[in-house]
Design a protein around this ligand. Structure first.
Ligand SMILES: Nc1ncnc2c1ncn2[C@@H]1O[C@H](COP(=O)(O)OP(=O)(O)O)[C@@H](O)[C@H]1O
Ligand SMILES: [Mg+2]
Length: 260
């Protein structure tokens, strides 16, 4: 049984086939990257995995269980956490509070429910202490001590991205979906992000599926890469194989290739 597998996934928006008969297989503790030009369907794959969208057809199997038909909160509880291409944080809350929210299901659609749950739970002091302890561990792990009690809106963008990563880790996932974690980061922040993602896999044993636009990062970090275009797989293999593939190179021509 594969750790994570997608079989013949299809998703259209009106006449547009955003994901077209896409299959992939990820082994436990791999860092598996999905690359492709803008609009290739990468984020749509994540939205189908975590239940924000329902596929038109296909299967999404996590440790043998089909995720299709499940809600985002159910999928989160099964051990799949994600970050978003554009930051989805509570900017007027502290780092600590954002991570505490990550202990619960943190989907956008149930924000009010989550906040209510948080208040209710704060009465259950014992449980609250456990949550705080876990969050402190993550703050330690990502070296976010200095940002701990700061409002997220006051932090530099690179730190905000790290807080979002921390919030996903607060769910204690087995599978982590990262949608362009290095977008908008400086070279230095990007190198740091590479370091954190490797540590998450190496030290926490979490399997990572990464969507990334920066080729240097993808090459550096991935065990396997799947290149897609127009929702369809182009090729899959090791970083060397995929990044030297003629169709991959031509799919990126005319695009600003982020190589710096
Ligand atoms: N909710 C939606 N409604 C309509 N079209 C969408 C929606 N989400 C994505 N798309 C379209 O699907 C295609 C793939 O988008 P996306 O998955 O965001 O691409 P990528 O993440 O690879 O840049 C794009 O043409 C995009 O406009
Ligand atoms: Mg995207």
């Amino acid at each position: 049984m594969a750790f994570f597998e997608i079989k013949h996934l299809n998703k259209s928006f009106g006449g547009l086939k955003a994901v077209d008969d896409l299959s992939l297989m990820v082994e436990e503790k791999q860092i598996f990257s999905i690359i492709g030009p803008n609009g290739a369907g990468k984020s749509t794959i994540f939205n189908n995995i975590n239940g924000l969208y329902q596929p038109d057809s296909g299967e999404i199997l996590f440790k043998g269980q089909n995720l299709v038909g499940k809600r985002p909160d159910q999928i989160a509880k099964m051990g799949i956490a994600r970050t978003f291409q554009n930051l989805e944080l509570f900017s007027h809350m502290t780092t600590m509070d954002n991570l505490l929210l990550g202990r619960h299901n943190h989907m956008k659609t149930s924000i009010l429910g989550v906040v209510a749950l948080c208040f209710k739970r704060s009465k259950a002091a014992k449980e609250e202490i456990q949550h705080r302890r876990k969050v402190e561990e993550i703050i330690d792990f990502l070296e976010l001590e200095a940002s701990r009690d700061q409002y997220v809106s006051n932090l530099p963008y690179g730190k905000q991205k790290l807080v979002e990563l921390g919030r996903a880790l607060a769910l204690e996932p087995e599978l982590l979906l990262l949608d362009e974690p290095a977008a908008g980061l400086t070279q230095e922040e990007r190198d740091e992000m590479i370091f954190w993602i490797k540590d998450i896999r190496d030290l926490l044993g979490i399997t990572v599926i990464l969507i990334e636009h920066n080729m240097q990062m993808v090459q550096n970090i991935s065990d396997r890469i799947l290149a897609i275009n127009f929702g369809k797989p182009l090729t899959e293999g090791t970083p060397e194989e995929v990044l030297s593939h003629p169709e991959v190179i031509s799919a990126y021509l005319g695009e600003e290739v982020t190589q710096e």
